[in-house]
Design a protein around this ligand. Structure first.
Ligand code: PGA
Length: 281
């Protein structure tokens, strides 16, 4: 049964700045927590709204905390998010001057200036458009000579900043988060991961004929789980199958995103295509 719940202004506090023209009240549905553990799940008819609401969480954090630490995702899902944040942070009285960021992952063996690298993605779509201090914007270096040492340093850097306050995540069609593929231990720290066949296939759309790397440096499952708050965006019908699977199965390393059911503060922001057929009671 599909039940539409219109949230009140109070319930939306903490979700986004209360600017009436951006409130999607009529479009907001809340799924019961059924199948998503402790997480809150919101579904929007408009596929742009999840990113806009996610931006609201970021703006709120930037206003509330003096030196916020933010975990960033890349991929197709987040392209509009970075456009929206870059264009709107100033109108929301925010600055990135005191913000530190940590990207989730980077391919191994791809130079920073390669257009397929996540360095290039985040630089061109985000850092070059905001007032962040580059020394506070961290990414794993997929060209490091000693990749394991690079992974270890990454977790230490996150810890030295006090941990991640707000982590943004996309979900792979196979349930991966970061590049933690099915079967990755929930205890893993940042590490070198081998990409699964399905991920190589999914990401080949960005590589236009050139070879997709076989491995990546990724924040580990425990690194991600340590974030104080996690906001997941999933949009489009290609994410419907994995969301149904997450809702229907228990917490298992075979479906990495199921770890999120156990976290104390996770919000899923979905569009109606991704959420199609998810059960609500
Ligand atoms: P996508 O990737 O946003 O390109 O679909 C999501 C992910 O693999 O985490």
């Amino acid at each position: 049964m599909n039940r539409e719940i219109v949230l009140t202004g109070n319930e939306l506090k903490g979700v986004m700045p209360l600017r009436s023209e951006t409130l999607p009240l009529a479009h907001l549905k809340s799924l019961e927590r059924k199948g998503f553990g402790n997480a809150s799940v919101f579904v929007f008819l408009n596929s742009y709204k999840p990113a806009e609401i996610a931006a609201g969480y970021l703006f709120n954090l930037m206003k509330e905390k003096k030196n916020p630490v933010v975990g960033l995702a890349t991929g197709g899902t987040f392209e509009y998010f970075y456009d929206y944040v870059s264009q709107n942070y100033k109108n929301n009285d925010c600055t990135f001057k005191n913000v530190s960021t940590f990207n989730l992952d980077e391919y191994v063996g791809i130079a920073k200036d390669n257009p397929n690298s996540y360095h290039h993605y985040i630089d061109s779509r985000f850092y070059s458009r905001i007032d962040i201090k580059r020394e506070n914007a961290f990414m794993p270096d997929g060209m490091a000579k000693d990749l394991q040492a690079e992974a270890d340093i990454y977790d230490k850097r996150i810890a030295s900043k006090g941990g991640i306050d707000l982590q943004f995540l996309g979900i792979g069609t196979n349930g991966h988060i970061g590049f933690n593929e099915p079967g990755t231990s929930f205890d893993s720290a940042t590490h070198v991961a081998k990409l699964s066949e399905s991920t190589v296939k999914d990401n080949s759309r960005f590589f236009k004929g050139s070879k997709v790397p076989e491995s990546a440096l990724t924040m580990g499952m425990s690194t991600i789980f340590s974030a104080k708050k996690i906001v997941v965006i999933a949009t489009g019908k290609q994410k419907n199958g994995i969301l149904r699977k997450i809702q229907g199965c228990g917490v298992t390393e075979e479906v990495p995103a199921t770890i999120l059911k156990m976290h104390h503060d996770v919000t899923f922001l979905l569009d109606s295509e991704a959420a199609h057929g998810l059960s609500v009671e």
